[in-house]
Design a protein around this ligand. Structure first.
Ligand SMILES: NC(=O)C1=CN([C@@H]2O[C@H](COP(=O)(O)OP(=O)(O)OC[C@H]3O[C@@H](n4cnc5c(N)ncnc54)[C@H](OP(=O)(O)O)[C@@H]3O)[C@@H](O)[C@H]2O)C=CC1
Ligand SMILES: O=C(O)CCC(=O)C(=O)O
Length: 452
């Protein structure tokens, strides 16, 4: 047994050597380890049992070939993965991402983060993530269907309601979940809740599509309240225009904020008048149905401007919600936000801030709501979808919205409880609180199992 705890630098150097070239994964582990290290120093039961090192080594990674035929009868070959990171507190649970940027490092970082996030929800879910480097942009429905069916033809062996329950993430919405679930059902001959994010007609949950974006705003609302502030009357900038961004924007508007930006991978639109519900309906149709580009908004609404190739962080705002992708907000962006006196940054996407940007927010003492806490509403309602499937019941949307509010407020309170002392100005370190609270439950379960 090693009773001498290595330094954080030694731990990170070992991790880097064991995971060469996996920058996103190393970043995600570092961001957790920097808070856990000090906390476990006087708790030998955690460091002697090498708990963090064990959580940072996925239980297993399944990698497979996904072969499909495009509409022109060309044979296409992609790679699929499922990273089953840790099932100490429940079946592996986490989304599937289809995007050309997907690789093992990205999925390992997401599965690692998911382990802590799912722990914070208080529901019995372990952490996993999967996906493919398949690029769904510009593909026909028939191509998407053939790809999903081929992907599931391997994945079905590794998942199940008590084993591993995937869901959507970037590039995987209700259309893809329909094709994936249909193929799972065909291959196994069983209807069972092996996926979440299903449509309501076949076992989906009310509020799952809205849950991540709404949940982020519920977390933000609780954090603002803690600081004696509120959303009403504030100006907000949001990045992304997918599932998370659009539902976050909708809930911000409901709460009285003026949301002035949305973006996609081509650039951002700035509407100085703000998006009202009619404009948001138009964007939902553009992005979630017609699968168009956010630049088209500026053609439709003449007061808006499209900024090609840019992110929205230099636009003046009180609230900033990065809801697109990892590392979309760097140190310079953080400086621009802080120079504009941003009050709160709430992460809807997974790890959208670089380490340097997150450190800048934490040092400045503004409200910084980290992804693993702020965007946990999506997976929490997925957990409730699992419960409804197991009990063969369907709850109505008001019930689910009430449960989501309660879950997000509970996560908020856990972060406050574990954050340690507040700063001189009363600032709560939500990142530290989320890391420690998320770690503690998984770590205690692992200790109970002994060395496995
Ligand atoms: N869906 C969920 O329930 C959950 C999602 N998340 C996280 O939220 C984030 C967004 O997911 P989700 O909304 O589901 O995904 P979607 O696929 O619905 O939307 C992603 C959005 O981000 C944009 N985007 C992608 N890459 C970039 C980039 N490099 N720069 C700028 N914009 C970009 C996309 O633009 P384009 O149209 O050009 O591709 C699109 O608008 C991800 O980090 C995901 O992991 C976290 C918790 C749960
Ligand atoms: O709903 C789920 O299981 C997964 C959601 C997800 O992928 C995430 O929280 O990042």
């Amino acid at each position: 047994m090693s009773d001498q705890m290595p330094s954080l630098d030694t731990f990170m150097e070992g991790l880097r050597q064991r995971n060469p070239g996996q920058d996103e994964f190393v970043q995600a582990v570092h961001d957790v380890a920097q808070d856990i290290w000090g906390w476990i120093e006087d708790k030998p039961r955690y460091h002697e049992a090498e708990i963090l090192r064990r959580i940072a080594e996925p239980d297993r990674i399944v990698s497979f070939r996904v072969c499909w035929e495009d509409d022109d009868h060309n044979i296409r070959v992609e790679r699929g993965w499922r990273v089953q990171n840790n099932n100490a507190i429940g079946p592996y649970k986490g989304g599937l991402r289809f995007d050309e940027s997907v690789n093992e490092s990205v999925l390992k970082f997401l599965a690692f983060e998911q382990t802590f996030k799912n722990s914070l929800t208080g529901l019995p879910m372990g952490g996993g993530k999967g996906g493919s480097n398949f690029n769904p942009k510009g593909k026909s429905d028939a191509e998407i269907m053939r790809f999903c069916q081929s992907f599931m033809t391997e994945l079905y062996r590794h998942i199940g309601p008590n084993t591993d329950v995937p869901a959507g993430d970037m590039g995987v919405g209700s259309r893809e979940i329909g094709y994936l679930f249909g193929q799972y059902k065909r291959l196994t001959g069983r209807w069972e809740g092996a996926l979440t994010g299903k449509a309501l007609e076949y076992g989906g949950s009310q509020m799952r599509p809205e849950a991540t974006g709404y949940g982020a705003v519920y977390f933000l609302r609780a954090a603002l309240k803690e600081a004696g502030e509120k959303i009403d009357g504030k100006t907000a900038i949001v990045s992304g225009s997918g599932n998370v961004a659009l539902h976050a924007a909708r809930k911000l508007v409901d709460c009285g904020a003026k949301v002035v930006t949305l973006s996609d991978s081509d650039g951002f639109v700035h509407d100085p008048d703000g998006f009202d519900n009619d404009k948001l309906d138009w964007i939902y149709d553009l992005k979630l149905e017609r699968r168009g580009r956010i630049s088209e908004y500026a053609d439709e609404y003449s007061r808006a401007e499209f900024h090609e190739g840019k992110a929205p962080w230099a636009v003046e705002s009180d609230l900033a919600l990065p809801c697109a992708t990892q590392n979309e907000l760097d140190e310079d962006d953080a400086k621009a936000l802080l120079d504009n006196d941003v009050l709160a940054v709430c992460e809807g996407a997974n790890m959208p801030s670089t380490t340097e940007a997150a450190d800048a927010f934490r040092e400045a003492g503004i409200i910084f709501a980290p992804a693993k806490a702020a965007n946990a509403g999506g997976v929490a309602v997925s957990g409730l979808e699992m419960s409804q499937n197991a009990e063969r019941v369907s709850w109505d949307s008001d019930t689910l919205d009430d449960k989501l509010v309660a879950l997000m407020e509970d996560i908020h309170d856990k972060c406050v409880e574990h954050a340690g002392e507040t700063g001189e100005d009363g600032a709560v370190d939500y990142a530290r609180g989320a890391n420690i609270a998320g770690f503690r439950k998984v770590a205690d379960a692992m200790l109970a199992y002994g060395v496995i």
